[in-house]
Write a protein that binds this ligand. Structure first.
Ligand code: ME8
Length: 544
């Protein structure tokens, strides 16, 4: 079943909800674009989909940032969300179905209910804790994982992620009995080997849980920027418990049972590897404690690095996505990071690498193919797509290449979240079509086809060959437009228009991945025009 029908569970994908202590950088956009491509892919299959993103607005980090800027935390969040976060997702053509903010009543009320319920079920008790705390991570650290400071920071203990001194916090808090869930979690990981992706991340989590879990402090009483604990309002709920619950509150937990049943739990939580433990340990344990279903998969992406370190807001190494889209365009931006970095691995951005790949893979391989084919259909057939009447072995090979590309891209992107592998499968097919044209030499065939000195039979045969070559190339591009639509929607639409496919086949969004390899989709007679250049030549970067 497909569409938005009730009673069918949506394929539900989430991004982390980002802290709004600053504007978004490439790292945040990386996860969000990946989720957008994944959900667009599933929509292109005709599935019902739900894509959620949002912002994490409580906690000490946000409170301190607001104070430093002389505004209230709420004012700070409102400004950043409206002026930085939402506009960026629009700019990058993120097609999220909802955007949740943790300061919204639809969230805060439900979080209080969830926590009250756990308290009533005796899953929460009052205790004390003292330990090193990293405000950047909003997390108590284990003494064993801290680094020793050097130079200016000699004598300090540093957070391994932020490389900044931790603070020793001592509090009387409420605790969730997380330690009791170790065995149940291990059993669950064992029974669901695909729950944590990639495998290296899975092993790390399993080993961590095997060492024994500590109970989790779920409240704070030394500051007040958070959701009050309902039975003891001197405490606010720990920002991570508050944040994780967004995945439930945004889809109708305790509020809209039909929507909740049709959406929850998430099929894929996309997270950076820095926050994997929260999603793969604490979150399922919280759900188990409530008897709620646990998510299908937690997929950890690697870090975008700058100078060997994780790109981060706190370390001021964040590069703004707009700095790149203004040069390369939004579609190339969406494509680049998924193409260049194996999902799950760390990777670094370099201006040179992006430029080189843009020119060779996008402009030369893909863009030129589209413009050459359109130009030849225009020149030799007046822009009306000819019929293929002389199919032979070479055409059969192209058709087989397409079938392989579709199956491979669908498995890799749709199932395995191997965006790089899926994109490469499509671009290998683009290369194959380029090779086919080079071998078939349509410009030479055209000479015989339109040579007045040749005999009638010869030129007839030549025309049939030429028609077949150009049909084969255009029909291949029809499929490429569909397959790349989730990654580069504007470019695909341009190509779709230039093939005249909108008129003959309808909207690009209505095309199905499953049908993309069905040969002969684009009807002969479609009006092919030399449309907009897909990937304009790059300007010299302004180094000033
Ligand atoms: O952790 N490379 O929010 P956050 C790749 N509010 N991805 C990166 C990255 C980098 N250099 N930097 C950030 C939080 N990210 C919590 C989440 S969820 C219930 C609460 C991405 O603003 C990556 O997805 O610190 C990472 O997990 C997320 O941004 C962290 O964003």
């Amino acid at each position: 079943k497909q569409g938005t029908s009730e009673g069918v569970k949506a394929f539900y994908v989430s991004t982390p909800i980002y802290y709004v202590n600053d504007a978004p950088h490439l790292g945040h956009a990386y996860t969000t674009v990946a989720g957008d491509v994944l959900t667009r892919w599933h929509r292109q299959r005709g599935e019902k989909v739900w894509y959620l993103t949002g912002t994490d607005e409580h906690g000490q980090k946000i409170m301190r940032t607001a104070e430093a800027n002389g505004v209230t935390p709420q004012e700070w969040c409102d400004k950043l969300v409206e002026e930085a976060w939402k506009p960026l997702w629009e700019h990058l053509e993120i097609a999220n179905d909802d955007f949740i903010r943790t300061t919204e009543r639809r969230h805060t009320d439900r979080v209080q209910e969830f926590v009250q319920d756990l308290y009533d079920k005796d899953e929460i008790y009052k205790g004390g804790y003292e330990g090193p705390y990293c405000v950047g991570c909003e997390e108590y650290k284990l003494p064993g994982e801290l680094l020793d400071g050097e130079g200016d920071l000699a004598g300090e203990q540093l957070c391994p992620v932020h490389k900044k001194p931790v603070e020793i916090l001592k509090e009387e808090n409420y605790f969730f009995k997380l330690s009791e869930y170790g065995p149940k979690l291990l059993e669950f990981y064992e029974a669901n080997p695909g729950f944590i992706q990639p495998a290296s991340a899975r092993n790390e989590v399993v080993n961590f849980v095997k060492q024994g879990l500590q109970d989790l402090s779920i409240s704070r009483s030394t500051f007040d920027w958070g959701i009050p604990i309902p039975w003891d309002e001197k405490h606010v709920i720990y920002v991570w418990v508050d944040a994780l619950l967004n995945y439930a509150t945004a889809v109708g937990y305790n509020e809209n049972p039909a929507k909740f049943a049709d959406t929850f739990p998430a099929d894929v939580h996309l997270v950076g590897k820095d926050i994997l433990r929260f999603h793969a340990i604490i979150w399922p344990a919280m759900l188990m404690a409530q008897g709620l279903p646990v998510p299908g998969r937690v997929a950890a992406n690697g870090w975008l690095m700058v100078g060997g370190e994780k790109m981060s807001k706190s370390n001021l190494t964040g590069i703004k996505p707009q700095d790149l889209t203004s040069h390369f365009g939004v579609d190339a931006y969406r494509w680049y990071f998924l193409r260049a970095i194996a999902f799950g691995q760390d990777g670094s951005f370099s201006w040179e690498d992006f430029s080189a790949r843009y020119t060779s893979e996008l402009a030369n391989d893909y863009g030129n193919l589209a413009s050459r084919v359109a130009a030849m259909v225009g020149k030799y057939f007046g822009g009306s797509l000819p019929e293929a009447t002389a199919n032979g072995e070479a055409e059969k090979a192209v058709q087989e290449g397409l079938a392989k590309a579709v199956a491979e891209a669908d498995r890799r992107i749709g199932e395995e979240l191997d965006f790089q592998g899926g994109i490469l499968a499509v671009f290998d097919f683009v290369k194959q079509v380029n090779g086919y044209i080079t071998e078939q030499e349509p410009w030479k065939v055209a000479k015989t086809a339109f040579d007045h000195a040749a005999d009638a039979a010869g030129s007839e045969e030549g025309r049939a060959r030429l028609a077949t070559i150009l049909y084969t190339a255009a029909e291949s591009l029809r499929a490429v437009a569909v397959l790349l639509n989730p990654v580069m929607p504007d470019t695909s639409q341009k190509l779709w228009d230039s093939l005249g496919a909108e008129a003959s086949l309808g909207a690009l969004a209505a095309q199905r991945v499953q049908d993309a390899a069905e040969w002969g989709g684009l009807p002969a007679g479609s009006t092919v025009t030399k449309g907009a250049v897909l990937f304009p030549r790059l300007e010299e970067p302004n180094k000033a």
